[in-house]
Design a protein around this ligand. Structure first.
Ligand code: ADP
Length: 325
């Protein structure tokens, strides 16, 4: 049997208040985490805890320092779609069991960068990625790396919930096991379905109708079903591309509370256009920008509170305060 991989490392301390909201009727329990005041500055390589590319915004020469013991270490990542460069020299670390929010106006390369992390850009004809991306110190572009195994370590949730609509809720959750060649008997699958639906904050709402089709759920429930499906393959990282943009505020809140629970075990990278959401859910934040017809780049990144309250770059300040974008 192909063992479901576990991350053996102890969880990193949580630096911010994500998850301090109360649990809700969906069975999400509030996590008690240290406040931002408990942030240990030595965990960040820069005393300010922030990194700004203001001095060299287009060169990509901005220092790439980030968090200690990162899950992802990305250096000088550029992406091309055919002749067009979409992303230029992005360097960024993703902290273990933290939430990284990527913010910025449409078209500045956030989704493109997200897709680099699980090599989804490989599936786009004409797409080319340069630079270095390491997951737990392993080069994800290494010729010897099995992309299927890579993607098994990295779950992905998209903007539009995409459960298999005719497939039952139960079968949706375990669907990923087949893809990764993981064999599990009925009892193991039953336990896994309950565990993943619980972690996704959906179990209490669906435990008595697991054989009903996934497509019969509401939009917010479908998105949580997709999260449960991603969790079933025991990912180290969950990539979320605007997961709440199609949801109502209540469903959004439930997903955010679910994220606060999940991040105790899984690293989350989220693209969001919702500044309040970025502030609520993330520990770290990266602000992307692209001038007209130019590739996107990172203006500034660092701890979320610092980015929102004391941005180093005036463009960051303008963006997080809603003055453009
Ligand atoms: P964001 O997520 O910030 O809105 P994207 O990563 O979607 O930005 O897009 C960045 C740039 O790359 C845009 O100019 C977009 O048109 C282009 N782009 C994105 N996906 C593709 C693709 N599959 N083929 C060609 N160009 C693309």
């Amino acid at each position: 049997m192909n063992e479901l991989p576990q991350d053996p490392r102890p969880p990193a301390p949580r630096p911010n208040g994500a998850g301090t909201g109360a649990g809700d009727g969906a069975g999400v329990t509030a996590s008690v985490v240290p406040g931002r005041a408990a942030l240990e500055p030595e965990r960040y390589l820069k005393p300010s805890g922030r990194v700004s590319a203001a001095a060299a915004p287009h060169s990509g020469a901005a220092p790439a320092e980030g968090v200690a013991n990162p899950v992802f270490t990305c250096r000088d990542v550029s992406v091309f779609y055919g002749d067009k460069q979409a992303l230029k020299s992005v360097s960024l670390d993703v902290g273990r069991r933290q939430v990284l929010a990527m913010i910025g106006p449409s078209g500045c390369g956030k989704s493109t960068f997200l897709r680099c992390l699980n090599r989804m850009n490989d599936t786009i004809a004409g797409a080319r990625v340069t630079g270095s991306i390491k997951l737990d110190a392993q080069d994800i572009h290494d010729d010897n790396l099995d992309v299927v195994q890579l993607r098994a370590r990295i779950g992905m949730v998209f903007q539009k919930p995409n459960p298999f609509p005719a497939m039952s809720i139960y079968d949706n959750v375990v669907a990923g096991l087949k893809l990764t060649g993981t064999k599990a008997n009925r009892s193991v699958r039953d336990d896994l379905v309950e565990e993943c639906l619980t972690k996704a904050g959906l179990w209490r709402e669906v435990y008595d109708r697991l054989r009903q089709p996934g497509g019969a759920l509401s939009g917010g429930q479908q998105q949580r079903l997709c999260i449960a499906r991603s969790l079933a393959i025991r990912p180290r990282v969950l990539l979320m591309d605007e997961p709440c943009s199609a949801l109502d505020p209540t469903s959004t809140r439930v997903i955010e509370q679910t994220m606060a629970e999940l991040v105790k075990e899984v690293t989350i990278v989220i693209v969001t256009h919702n500044m309040q959401q970025a502030q609520r859910v993330s520990d770290q934040c990266a602000f992307f920008l692209a001038e007209q017809n130019q590739p996107g780049y990172i203006v500034e990144h660092g701890p979320t509170e610092a980015m929102f309250e004391h941005p180093q770059d005036p463009r960051t300040s303008d963006y997080v305060n809603g003055r453009f974008g």
